[in-house]
Design a protein around this ligand. Structure first.
Ligand code: 13P
Ligand code: SF4
Length: 352
């Protein structure tokens, strides 16, 4: 639906009043009505770098989800304020690993005698607490666009990786890009005593995968791939690595949101694409490339409900409040957590 013209005008006017004091970042999964006001758009990795590269902006308005705004706060200076237009924009995957659960897991690994040789690698989609845990234990953060490099680095530091919290990105990267087998991976279930894995399994595993997943990408199945191949002959299946292993194995191309966009930019006219990622992005791409046939990988719609919480009314309220001198919805990570989370994030930014 087209955006309300009154709200569009108010957002524009508030942004103009703020001028270079504000910088608006928009993740690719954001609604069109929000994306139109983003100074930059990107995947999680690009946005973390873009946030850090704007020291002159007093306010960073992050149109994305909570863990992204936390990461921006960690990577920006104390003089800068990071704002999330709706505090309820969380991420169900990030919520699947709490600090207590991860501390308990580390105790299990310690008792099994494997903690000393295990390097934690945490997906960007995790709370600042989990990033701090990762930094404290010498690990790194990764995103879907650098998971391979992060894992290669980690296996130079130790024999095993504890991958948090997305089991699919961990498994897909290990198997597809590092040539491991499915048997090299075990899943640690935080809801079971001892993670539901035996000491022998932990000792034998190379990848210890946290039992977390993205509910949006988890909806794509092997059936969705087979169904679209039958419906659209000659279709290229392009999916995000948060999809299940069997979906990724059956796809033609796999990559981050930025990769997906680049792939379609390069694609010849008349080519056909089925995209397995969040729907706002897929719809925007279909509108942007009318010469290509671009369909959603599944027959049922699936937005990321928390990404969608950031809408134009929330953005207008945020920008007008800031322009009136009132800071709302500030995301601020405490100093101790920030110190260690930053160590892990900087290790990621320094990956070769
Ligand atoms: P990327 O933008 O890094 O591909 O991540 C997708 C995602 O799920 C963000 O929540
Ligand atoms: Fe989290 Fe999935 Fe939404 Fe990304 S798409 S923010 S991983 S729930």
């Amino acid at each position: 639906a087209p955006s309300d013209p009154d709200l569009v005008e108010r957002a524009r006017a508030a942004k103009e009043r703020l001028g270079s004091r504000v910088f608006v970042l928009g993740h690719h999964y954001q609604r069109d009505e929000v994306i139109q006001f983003a100074d930059v758009t990107g995947d999680s990795f690009k946005l973390s770098r873009d946030a850090a590269a704007r020291p002159e902006a007093e306010f960073i308005v992050f149109c994305g989800v909570h863990f992204m705004a936390e990461s921006a706060d960690i990577l920006t200076s104390d003089a800068q304020t990071v704002v999330l237009p709706d505090l309820a924009a969380g991420c169900s995957m990030a919520d699947m690993a709490t600090a207590e659960q991860v501390a308990e897991c580390w105790d299990v690994l310690t008792e099994a005698g494997v903690a000393d040789t295990t390097v934690p690698v945490s997906y960007m989609n995790s709370s600042a607490d989990i990033k701090a845990f990762t930094g404290r234990h010498g690990g790194t953060i990764c995103t879907s666009s650098n998971a391979e490099r992060a894992l290669r680095w980690a296996f130079e530091q130790g024999e095993k990786v504890l991958f948090l919290p997305d089991q699919h990105l961990g498994r897909n990267t290990a198997v597809r890009l590092l040539g491991m087998s499915l048997e090299d991976c075990v899943v640690y279930n935080p809801h079971k005593p001892g993670g539901g894995v035996s000491v022998e399994e932990l000792r034998a595993a190379k990848m210890i995968l946290w039992r977390g997943h993205c509910s949006v990408h988890g909806r794509f199945s092997l059936d969705s791939v087979e169904d679209v191949r039958a419906r659209v002959p000659g279709v290229n299946v392009l999916v995000h690595p948060e999809c299940k292993h069997e979906v990724v194995a059956a796809a033609d191309y796999v990559g981050s949101t930025e990769y997906i966009i680049n792939k379609l930019e390069e694609a010849p006219a008349d080519s056909k694409w089925a995209i397995g990622t969040e729907l706002n992005l897929v719809r925007r791409l279909a509108g942007r490339f009318p010469d290509k046939e671009i369909v959603f990988l599944d027959r049922t719609v699936c937005f990321c409900s928390t990404m969608n919480r950031i809408d134009l009314p929330h953005l207008v309220w945020t920008l007008e409040s800031l322009a009136d001198g009132k800071v709302v919805n500030r995301i601020q990570v405490d100093k101790e957590t920030e110190h260690w989370a930053k160590a892990a994030l900087e290790r990621m930014l320094a990956l070769p």
